[in-house]
Design a protein around this ligand. Structure first.
Ligand code: MN3
Length: 199
């Protein structure tokens, strides 16, 4: 199944001032689009074009770095756009997620600190994650295009910490971007949807 660039689920101005139109135009229209184009070429060349995206991500991991990087980033960005919304973030979590964060991660404040810290300490490009592994929530971080799927876990929330995600709006201040992501942009309803699908 060929990769396709999805439309953003909101207007390009929707996330301002936390994430600008300019960032979304470059990040979605240029960066994500490049993963789609290159991923399709490489999936075709590898004879994997008929597999699902998740199958391609898992099958190419460790065996076809070029395909994996592009397919992984396509998967990550499809969800990344939906993990954000206008007036998102903050502490009003759906009940099921609040309970799981309380029991598995020591409560919201600890989740917030640990998630931001995962993003801050990912050296170079990569992602900070909230994932379900063996029925429990875990905070993870990965380099480049990797994600929890290749660690036997299901991602339910991810924050892109490649510089292309924040350099226009925050320059080098990655912690400020991570704080804005958690406090003002997370779409907890979509996190809940992925949590329920993973549980
Ligand atoms: Mn990106």
């Amino acid at each position: 199944m060929a990769f396709e660039l999805p439309d953003l689920p909101y207007d390009y101005d929707a996330l301002a001032p936390y994430m600008s139109r300019e960032t979304l135009e470059f990040h979605h229209d240029k960066h994500h689009n490049a993963y789609v184009t290159k991923g399709n070429e490489l999936a075709e060349a590898a004879g994997m074009a008929d597999l699902s995206l998740e199958e391609i991500v898992k099958k190419s991991y460790g065996t076809n770095a070029g395909l994996f990087n592009n397919a992984g980033q396509h998967y990550n960005h499809i969800h990344f756009w939906k993990w954000m919304k206008k007036d998102g973030g903050g502490t009003s979590l759906p009940g099921a997620l609040q309970s799981a964060i309380d029991s598995d991660l020591g409560g919201y404040d600890k989740f917030r600190a640990d998630f931001i810290n995962a993003g801050m300490t990912q050296f170079g490009s990569g992602w900070a994650w909230l994932a379900v592994k063996d029925g429990k929530l875990e905070i993870m971080k990965t380099p480049n295009g990797e994600n929890p799927l290749v660690m036997g876990a299901s991602p339910i929330l991810g924050c892109d910490v490649w510089e292309h995600s924040y350099y226009i709006d925050y320059r080098n201040a990655r912690p400020k971007y991570l704080e804005a992501f958690v406090d003002n942009m997370i779409n907890w309803d979509y996190v809940l949807e992925m949590y329920e699908a993973a549980s």
